[in-house]
Write a protein that binds this ligand. Structure first.
Ligand code: ADP
Ligand code: MG
Length: 183
């Protein structure tokens, strides 16, 4: 029942998100970047895990560029059986991985240390700070054993009041949209 409901919500929100133009995505992502930069946790963070943008997701490219410029260690995920985070080298050092998601070409072993902040993608976030992903539970599994400060980012229309949740669903510490910061 919960799974069915989750799938319905995913379908509706993704249809809206996929209707955004490139320009709209860029403008809204810029607003989210500004909010992320003004979050008090950001300046002090030394290691920040981002995700590599696919399709109509909030664009993380400028966020990654900014974090690197500020001397932070940037990590990005590589998806296999589970997700593991690797050092991000540059946008020229990427290759398409599982689900068509870009990942570092040069990778040896996953980065051992827990990031200070993890930027979490999502299809929907609830005001209760829960999150709905694409339905495979990758981030739930990773976050269940991760002490990083969790910042979910999404466009404002992806926020809904109440989400159906399973016990494995992980909560965010903060959600940033183009219109608000929820914590
Ligand atoms: P998503 O979080 O991507 O939206 P779901 O929450 O629907 O996806 O989870 C997808 C599957 O992954 C579910 O069957 C869920 O039980 C499983 N799952 C999530 N977290 C864990 C975990 N910590 N351990 C084992 N299975 C998990
Ligand atoms: Mg989940």
């Amino acid at each position: 029942m919960v799974t069915h409901l989750k799938n319905e919500i995913r379908k509706q929100i993704l249809a809206k998100r996929n209707a955004l133009s490139k320009d709209e995505i860029e403008k809204l992502s810029d607003k989210i970047l500004e909010r992320l930069l003004s979050h008090p946790k950001f300046p002090e963070a030394k290691i920040v895990a981002f995700y590599m943008t696919k399709g109509s997701e909030v664009d993380t490219k400028k966020m990654i560029e900014r974090a690197i410029k500020e001397g932070k260690q940037v990590l990005v995920p590589v998806t296999g059986q589970k997700i593991a985070f690797y050092k991000f080298q540059s946008f020229d050092d990427l290759v398409q991985g599982k689900f068509g998601i870009m990942e570092p070409k040069s990778k040896d072993t996953p980065f051992e240390q827990c990031p200070d902040i993890i930027i979490v993608p999502g299809v929907t976030f609830g005001l209760c700070m829960h999150r709905l992903g694409y339905g495979k539970g990758y981030y739930d599994r990773y976050l269940s054993d991760c002490k990083a400060f969790r910042i979910g980012i999404c466009f404002d229309f992806q926020i809904i009041d109440k989400l159906p949740v399973h016990e494995n669903d992980q909560r965010m510490n903060c959600i940033i949209t183009d219109k608000r910061t929820i914590q």
